[in-house]
Design a protein around this ligand. Sequence first.
Ligand code: ADP
Ligand code: MG
Length: 314
Amino acid sequence: MAGKAVVVALGGNAILRHRETGTAEEQFANVRCAARHIAEIAGDGYAVVITHGNGPQVGDILLRNELTKDILPPMPLDVCGAESQGMIGYMLAQSMQEALLAAGVDCPIATVLTRTLVAAADPAFEIPEKPIGPIYTAMQAKRLETEKGWRMVQMPGQGYRRVVPSPRPIALVEGEAIRRLSSAGVVVIAAGGGGVPVIKGPGGTLRGVEAVVDKDYTAALLARLVGAGDLLILTDVERVALNYGRPDQQDLSEMTVAEARRHLLAGQFPAGSMGPKIEAAVGFLDAGGDRVTIGSLGSATAALAGRAGTRIRR
Ligand code: ADP
Ligand code: MG
């Protein structure tokens, strides 16, 4: 039985918007906007677990590593992912504290640095296709391929970017800790950026890998873990659309899981953006979740109440 718990997934792009420069103040302002809504949701009696993306932020961390590589050793991708969880987790914790206080809601907050178990045999490791980090020239790309063994791809009209595998999450290493915190009434911030991907090594050890897990799949896993009835995915569009970006675009306020599956198969939702959200939604609903709502950061409360965004039902 799904309880009155909700997992709220914040898009990395909604926290650091394309047209912005990415200062801490800008990111704080975007996070604060979401936090006010989430505090209201907590005030309504929901057990809230917050997760978030990290694409633009980890991109900045990688660029910073690249620019200072002659004086400081660059950190591997798993360490950069952990760094981004700390950075965004801190901004969320600060903003949630403030928002809960303002809303008169008394509950503790904890940010849990989370590792996500992935399978070493995941087929994604054979075909790295998630672009990350800065854009390089053809010459730099060649050098990185030979020196570091990175897989580089040419981005149309931009230059070259590194691509890494994006395996599916199997379990959260900190899962039981997150579940206990949440059921004890703690607002938990967890599994940022999909969690740091780790694989099982000999003797039960875990090893961080150079990969990224899509935060939407991890959000669905998190929702099942805490027995949430609702999964609320907040991004930078108001609604899921059919024929997105075309003159005949049609925004949807509702979809059944069967319709969602059909539109997925028809190619309405691209792999790098809306696709994972809809696939995660379908997976969560199939596993017993009640509702998935996809909407914007600024209309989170209305979306959870079914008055904004796109609602997907079993
Ligand atoms: P996030 O950081 O929240 O995961 P993404 O960029 O991965 O954000 O996904 C949200 C983006 O998906 C939107 O900004 C929009 O441009 C794009 N998108 C692609 N297809 C659709 C669609 N069918 N309906 C709505 N948005 C779509
Ligand atoms: Mg995304």
